[in-house]
Design a protein around this ligand. Sequence first.
Ligand SMILES: *Cc1c(COP(=O)(O)O)cnc(C)c1O
Length: 368
Amino acid sequence: MKRNILLNPGPATTTETVKLAQVVPDICPREAEFGALMEFVSEGLTSFVANPKDYTSVLFGGSGTAGVEAVLSSVIGEDEGVLIVNNGAYGARMCQICDAYGIHYVEFKSSKIEPINLEELEACIKEHQGFIQYLAVIHNETTTGLLNDLDPLAELTRKYGLTFIVDAMSSYAAIPIHMAKQNISYLVASSNKNIQGMAGVVFAICNKQKLQELKDKKKRNFYLDLYAQYEYFQKTKQLRFTPPVQTLYALKQAIIELQEETVEGRYERYTDNWETLLEGITRLGLTYLVAKEHHSHIITTILEPDCEGYSFDGMHDYLYARGYTIYPGKIGENNTFRIANIGALDRNDIKEFLECLEKYLIGIKFIK
Ligand SMILES: *Cc1c(COP(=O)(O)O)cnc(C)c1O
């Protein structure tokens, strides 16, 4: 099979074994055999970040946003509120979801490239005490590659008795997370980023005790009802509605491959890719937006070459024709593009990409 190198922030490049795991005999997902697969997947996903005795993964067919929407719309009661840290497009998306459902929220706006100012955040929590019961944050802001450090935020949730919701879509399975230690009650991720599976499944890893408290809450959703799906799965080992069957076979294989590599091992490999990338672009005269010490090591926002012959589309098409998919920037005030170094890639793939990028930059006379 042709191997494409995806340098977009998910769906990520997958192994041949994950791709081929989708080719299985047809099966009805209501059969016990599929239930066993679902149980393996649910417990496997939980185990990377928490003890399955106290936490569980609730799955839905859908993209990552569906999972964030499921948590916000199922968890936050009518007389409750959430403080949302917004330092990029995905924090903004949480606000949009709350707007759509009429969920009470307070938006804490923060720099897209500098770490969260914790004193200001604490002052904001204090100001809205009594009105907010939840803190919601993006772990790795995929917009820029800025990593929001969860430890000090966890401390604030403990100090003010807040329930902690984390969108870990682009950090789960790459950056080590410990839900109990970091006081996280709900963590959302999907099948197609660092877990290196296929797109189509999203999961919320939930504290079981917290889930139980949702039982009698007034419903605002139907398909995305977190408690209903949790309860149904416990009884049946099934999703309430048709799951993406083949994506789940691929996800099982992806879990096995991560169990072999370990999250720590994957983080090391990604970091190696990332360092290779930064060294390379610096050598080519390009600069990046987020300082190294605040960076997730997963996706890098790079300033576009200031050069007459340059256009993003021109660069994209040149690289795409050679097997590399790059991604446009998502931050208005700077002209940027993005390179993710996740998926089944190693430093040699990044080096070969850099050679290709160098040829393009010579071609447009940005460098000699
Ligand atoms: C990718 C991503 C999402 C979800 O995007 P979908 O297109 O719905 O899969 C949500 N949050 C973050 C931080 C992401 O990186």
